[in-house]
Design a protein around this ligand. Structure first.
Ligand SMILES: [Zn+2]
Length: 161
């Protein structure tokens, strides 16, 4: 596993739509390994493949104290509710902003072995899943800001997605 530099806004790769993974082969396993290493090095709670320059639909979530979730070709099946959250992104360092996210989401996708999995999530996990799936569509959290005034410098203890 290798730590890969995280692509930073306004790198154009962050604005492209990622392609579906057709075969989960060795190159995908290597990509996932590199993403996990990179997320841990950056102390993030999630990472999407475009953030390491790869336009494939792969995301990982690493909630504090929990096993890393790997999702290939993830899709949001349902969004429920709406809440205001503070959000940051490893590709937009040092800033956070306030946006609206779902209260809970249902997601389906494939795990690292190609088995279909479904996740029902709320709170930070739901937020992280929406954030990382947005990356696969070239969307950044700053696109959801109601006002640029809500962007502010990050406090050291805040998590970045
Ligand atoms: Zn991000």
């Amino acid at each position: 596993m290798t730590t890969v530099p995280v692509r930073l806004f306004p790198d154009p790769v962050l604005r492209q739509k990622s392609k579906r993974v057709r075969t989960i082969d060795g190159s995908i396993q290597k990509l996932i390994g590199d993403m996990i290493e990179t997320m841990h090095t950056a102390s993030g709670v999630g990472l999407a493949a475009p953030q390491v320059g790869v336009l494939l639909r792969v995301i990982i979530i690493g909630m504090p104290e929990e096993e890393v979730i790997v999702l290939i070709n993830p899709q949001i099946v349902r969004r429920t509710g709406e809440r205001l959250v503070t959000e940051g992104c490893l590709s937009i360092p040092d800033y956070v902003g306030q946006i609206k996210r779902a209260v809970s989401v249902k997601i389906k996708g494939l795990d690292q072995k190609g088995k279909e999995i479904r996740i029902k999530a709320d709170e930070l996990l739901a937020q992280a899943l929406e954030h990382e799936i947005d990356h696969l569509n070239g969307v950044l959290y700053i696109d959801h800001l109601e006002s640029l005034d809500s962007l502010r410098k990050i406090e050291p203890e805040e998590a970045q997605l």
